[in-house]
Design a protein around this ligand. Sequence first.
Ligand code: ZN
Length: 190
Amino acid sequence: MNIGKYSLDEYSRLAESFHGNVAPGVLIGGIMVDAALGRLNTTRLYDAICETHSCLPDAIQLLTPCTMGNGWLRIVDLGRFALTLYEKDTGRGVRVFLDAGKTAPWPEVRNWYLKLRPKRQQDLEALIDEILKAGVNLLGFQDIEVLPLFLARQSKGEIALCPVCGEAYPKNHGPVCRGCTGQSPYAGPG
Ligand code: ZN
């Protein structure tokens, strides 16, 4: 079995080094990205949308040129275990999701996906085994077109210096940076 351009072993090693371990979500995520690449089948540049923060973004970053840092991967947190790869210029692409209806023959996958059992009662080895056996049979596919609003590059616009902290920030955030208007995650200054 190959995942993207990697053998399963190679992908597992990459996942371990990048994600910390070969989590079930990164494994099924790799299978999803591989399937999406096959279906998109384009020579044009493409972007990615991921609908969850969990695991799946790392599979996308491992297997495509799309990363959070280069802006080609965007998380639109709809809370669904799904991703879309789409052509930058046309907005046309393919959405791949983990289809709950297709998990019925795979009890470990179903338990994990729908959290039917606490994590410590899940059998990780059996789960990984089912994911590898089931593969693309767990997935649903949709042809989609990304809304023009989401296609537009989001520019930071003009930069200002915050009068409170002195750091640079996008001027369109307002007269003071967000860090100085109560949105900082830190206790005390900063
Ligand atoms: Zn500030």
